[in-house]
Design a protein around this ligand. Structure first.
Ligand code: COA
Length: 309
């Protein structure tokens, strides 16, 4: 047994903690994110699906250097911690249960053996006080994400781009869709997205192929893409991710395919679109792209770190 792992589950103050046991728990985390969604809340349910399935993964278990715990009050999830690695924690806690924030910080401390640990949270989030109590310090200058929203009543028209057309993906197109994503997302390192990974994404709730849009060139090749995840409970669609393969950049394709996807989102009855690009100056292009489409900033993340002796 992994020495880092604390007790498997436990009760404290009526709230129970359990280790992740598979897709039903991911769905429960997504339902919490949906229930708590605001323009400034940490997660959209689509983000959790994307984050979980964007690399090869066994849906039933966490990776050896990964841990996920859920805190429940009765049957409702009121917080989760997702240690993507010993030095990196993703977290969301129901503001009505601030005590769970301390529990998550303690759980991460017990599980992690990293000398330097980081937690990313929204500015003003219920986690901040708990992180402060646990000895973490805010690093506002470290790269951050700025949440943006767009009122779909103000959606611009889709511009024509000579030589290209826009369409949604069909269910049997995982291989070519994955190739389009990977070619756009391999500037720094090869993308892990292949046919198997994309098939898992397509099977994940709340993926819909009619909200997965691509630009195709005259030969029919997919060259740019925009994937939208619609949460039917809130009517909010998350744009994650957008990409254009290098040879076709700078022609307005990413913006146009995004607008095409958002028009379908609006046709489905959604009211709001969200996107979460980098907000710092280290990678400003995507934020500029989304603002040019009408997205406006709401809140930013802050990375909190602590170094253990
Ligand atoms: C970011 C990306 C999607 C842009 O694709 P693109 O087709 O070249 O974008 P567009 O031509 O539609 O650009 C629209 C606007 O976005 C802005 N923009 C896009 N890329 C930019 C960059 N690298 N630097 C600065 N501004 C940029 C510009 O304001 C541009 O408007 P302009 O034509 O008036 O200059 C593409 O570079 C890419 O796939 N990068 C890797 C993946 C990525 O970072 N995706 C976005 C994060 S989800």
């Amino acid at each position: 047994m992994d020495a880092r792992r604390p007790r498997r589950s436990g009760y404290r103050d009526g709230v129970r903690r359990d280790d992740f046991t598979g897709p039903a728990d991911l769905r429960a985390m997504q339902l919490m994110a949906s229930r708590l969604w605001t323009p400034t809340s940490r997660f959209h349910p689509g983000q959790l699906a994307w984050s979980r399935y964007v690399q090869p993964v066994d849906p039933a278990v966490t990776a050896p250097d990964e841990a996920i715990s859920l805190w429940r009050d009765g049957t409702a999830v009121v917080g989760f911690g997702w240690a993507e690695a010993p030095d990196w924690l993703e977290v969301q806690v129901d503001p009505a249960h601030p005590e769970v924030a301390d529990e998550v910080a303690l759980w991460f401390e017990e599980w992690s053996d990293a000398e330097r640990q980081s937690v990313i949270t929204m500015e003003g989030d219920v986690m901040e006080a708990a992180l402060d109590r646990a000895g973490f310090e805010p690093r506002r200058e470290e790269p951050w994400i700025t949440h943006h929203v767009l009122d779909l009543a103000e959606l611009p028209d889709v511009p024509a781009v000579d030589g290209y057309r826009f369409r949604h993906v069909e269910p049997g197109e995982a291989r070519v869709r994955a190739a389009c994503h990977a070619a756009a997302w391999s500037d720094d390192a090869p993308s892990p997205v292949d046919e198997a990974v994309y098939s898992a994404l397509m099977a994940a709730w709340p993926y819909r192929h009619d909200l997965d849009w691509v630009a195709v060139d005259a030969s029919g090749q997919m060259v740019a893409s925009a994937l939208v995840w619609l949460d039917p409970a809130t009517g909010v669609g998350l744009l994650e991710p957008v990409g254009c393969i290098p040879e076709h950049r700078g022609r307005g394709l990413a913006g146009a395919v995004t607008l095409a996807a958002l028009h379908r989102l609006r046709d489905l009855g959604a009211r709001t679109a969200q996107v979460t690009p980098r907000g710092d100056d280290g990678y400003p292009g995507p934020q500029r792209l989304y603002r040019s489409l009408g997205f406006r900033p709401t809140a930013r993340t802050v990375t909190w770190t602590r170094a253990l002796d």
